[in-house]
Each structure stands twice: as C-alpha cells, then as structure tokens.
Design a protein around this ligand. Sequence first.
Ligand SMILES: [Zn+2]
Length: 170
Amino acid sequence: MTRKERMLVAVAGIIPDADGLGIVGEVLTKNSTHPLTWWSDYHHVLGHNIGFCLLVTAAGYAMSTSRWKTAALVFISFHLHLLGDVVGARGPDGYQWPIPYLMPFSHGWTWTWAGQWALNAWQNIVITATAMAITLYLAWKRGYSPLEMFSQKADKVFVETVRKRVPVQV
Ligand SMILES: [Zn+2]
C-alpha cells in the first residue's frame, strides 16, 4: 500500500470520534442561557454507525489507487473502532455510550456489552502497550511508522533511532 492508503486506513480508525467535537461548543456554553448539548446529543450517534462507515469506505475507495483493498481495510479499521468502543469505553459515570449501528437506516440493533470495561481500565493499557510494541517492531522491520502521516523526515529519524538500538540483520 502507498503512504496515502495507509493514512486513509489509519484515519478511518479514529474518524468516528469526529462526532465528539461538539464537546467544544458544549463546554464553552455550559453556563450560558442557551447551553448547547452537541456532545451529549451527537457523540456516538453521528459517526458511530454503518451509514457513516459506508461514506468513509467510499471515500477510501475513491482516494486510493488499490481501490477495493484500501476500501476493505478502511471498513475493517472503522469497525475496529466501534468494537473497541463497545468492549472498553465505559465513561467515568458508568454510561455505556451505546452504538446505534444501523443509523441512519434504522434505530434498531443498538450495541452494548454487559462486560464493558472503563476507558481507563488496565485492559486498555495492556492493549495500548501491546499495540505500541507491535508498531515499534513493524517500524524496525519495514522502515516506516505511523509518524509518516505527519512528517516523513521525523519518521526517517525515528526508524533510524529504532534500528540503531536493534540493528537489522541483512
Ligand atoms: Zn468512538
């Protein structure tokens, strides 16, 4: 895959949370006479559903050269986000943030899981540490890391640093 295609897949994994940007308006207007409830009303609604997923998948298809491969990985990446939210994103107040999966086509089949752990639970720390270790390993092995999305120069320095610690056998 190209750098751009890898970026599309990575962005698909975080883009559902764009519906949480309303928190800015909500916090700023909290003590006003007309407080906005954009975050409470739309977070986990607008971006966490199959309708938005299909839009993002179509964008992945249109913006890539490998078309179906990128679209498929974008679709999977998006769903991994939803899975992560259902499994381990309980709020500090105990709210489960259900996923209205079939929106905007239907209000049926809203996802929650009774065993859901909290956002700051040890499980998420273990998953994050494991994912970071895999990322380091892949950066060492393949010669690029997610830093390539922000700066190819920084990515090059990062990979060189990792490879200095553990030289690659040729
Ligand atoms: Zn989310």
